[in-house]
Design a protein around this ligand. Structure first.
Ligand code: B12
Ligand code: SF4
Ligand code: SF4
Length: 372
């Protein structure tokens, strides 16, 4: 961050500015805006322990930046405050639990049904910065959404946006957790908000019980190596066989630990048209998506977060979903059509899925023989 600010702002000016920032933030489509300082010492110890346990798996980027992630002023010299924002993403009329219960359909995490949120939120944060600039003149800032070494949830908790659930999500008592986070690092010495200190989980542990792969290894601690979100989005190689059945029809991300959360009933429908499902991704049949060619995949996922995983991993994930689907000739035929696919990663997952289908077919035949 290039520091420009030569402050002649009084405490009253800064208080007024903080209040304007919150108004502008809401006008720009953020549901909440809070301000905090850069002190993350306790979260540095949590992050270090998480990394030492290897819970980041192959996500080298989580370990790469040293203390820059937990010390905002090292990442962006001059940073004094962080403006933390959140944006709801659940589109209207999307059924989630029902689709999870229909094993011939694909379940795509509800945050990824429409256009990518990174660009949209960064643009809005840039506009927020422009508004501030018009008010106080040039100042130092940098906008982040998910992409940089930033402790987004910890900053949001400190800025008063919510608490860490046992599923490690940042939760708000009036809005659940189906929202994105973003930040503006700034050199403006704005007054800070009260952190969110109340924890509302109480004796509930529904998320831990519901996690299909046991990835929530302790309260507020997720072992990514077991998390379906990591396995389907971040992991480049083969998905360990021990998790494949548990993945069910989840082909991109996972929402289970949020869907079971009692606070999810307070979710507010997004105001952003960009997050509306495209190509029926909220309910598509696995077979239909598996039939997409590479060009079709690239075309249909343009501007979507799904594109990031590329076509090979898309087929890998879908193959697992098809392996977990009830036996049918159509599923077998779909898998069969990809059994000689050039990528060995895809071939291996297809072979696994065909073997799963065969087991189910045999079980079916046995049952029908017994009942005859
Ligand atoms: C790496 C990452 C992942 C990894 C690892 C997840 C994880 N829990 O860390 C994987 C790929 C698995 C993942 C999955 C998902 N992610 Co993600 N992810 C991130 C990323 C890039 C970094 C998170 C991080 O710092 N992890 C390190 C660990 C140590 O931090 P943590 O899990 O948040 O744990 C904190 C708590 O444990 C807390 N804590 C508080 N009190 C206490 C007390 C004790 C005793 C302990 C031990 C800890 C503790 O301290 C830790 C550090 O602050 C952030 C974006 C960002 N730059 O921050 C998005 C982010 C966290 N992800 C997000 C989302 C939406 C998801 C998914 C829901 C996507 C999906 N549907 O598939 C899942 C949810 C999985 C889950 N239950 O956490 C959102 C979360 C929004 C929210 N409301 O919380 C973020 C903020 C992105 C964004 N900009 O919106 N993600
Ligand atoms: S996202 Fe899914 S796999 Fe990951 S912790 Fe939550 S429920 Fe478990
Ligand atoms: S499911 Fe229960 S324990 Fe988990 S985050 Fe929600 S309230 Fe907390």
């Amino acid at each position: 961050m290039q520091s420009f600010t030569t402050f002649s702002l009084s405490d009253d000016d800064l208080t007024r500015l903080a209040s304007l920032i919150k108004t502008w933030g809401r006008e720009l489509g953020f549901q909440q805006v809070g301000i905090t300082d850069t002190q993350l010492a306790v979260h540095e110890t949590y992050l270090d322990a998480w990394l030492e346990n290897g819970y980041h798996g192959d996500m080298g980027f989580m370990a790469k930046h040293g203390t820059k992630r937990t010390r905002p002023e090292e990442l962006e010299p001059g940073t004094q405050r962080v403006i933390s924002v959140r944006m709801d993403y659940l589109p209207a009329e999307v059924e989630s639990t029902k689709v999870l219960g229909q094993p011939s359909r694909a379940y795509v995490s509800r945050y990824a049904l429409g256009r990518d949120y990174h660009k949209l939120m960064r643009k809005r944060l840039a506009q927020l910065a422009k508004n501030i600039e018009q008010e106080v003149g040039a100042f130092g800032y940098r906008a982040f959404v998910d992409s940089a070494p930033v402790m987004e949830r910890a900053l949001a908790q400190k800025a008063g946006l919510g608490w860490f659930g046992k599923n490690a999500m940042l939760l708000n008592p009036k809005a659940g957790s189906l929202f994105f986070l973003g930040e503006l690092y700034t050199d403006l010495p704005l007054p800070v908000d009260e952190p969110f200190t109340q924890e509302h989980c109480g004796s509930c542990s529904a998320c831990r019980t519901a996690c299909p792969t046991g990835a929530i290894v302790d309260d507020k601690v997720v072992d990514s190596r077991k998390c379906i979100s990591y396995l389907t989005i971040e992991l480049h190689g083969a998905i360990p066989t021990e998790f494949r059945r548990a993945m069910g029809n989840r082909i991109y991300g996972c929402d289970d630990c949020q869907l079971v959360c009692p606070f999810t009933r307070f979710t507010r429908i997004t105001q952003e048209d960009d997050f509306a499902p495209r190509h029926d991704l909220d309910r598509a049949e696995l077979i239909h998506l598996f039939a997409w060619g590479e060009d079709e995949f690239l075309d249909k996922t343009a501007g979507s977060p799904i594109r990031r995983i590329g076509y090979e991993r898309w087929l890998r994930n879908l193959a697992i979903g098809l392996g977990n689907a009830p036996w049918s000739r159509a599923v077998e035929a779909a898998l069969w059509s990809r059994r000689a696919y050039p990528s060995s990663l895809v071939r291996e997952h297809v072979a696994w899925a065909l073997a799963e289908q065969r087991l189910k077919q045999e079980a079916r035949i046995e049952t029908s023989l017994i009942s005859e």
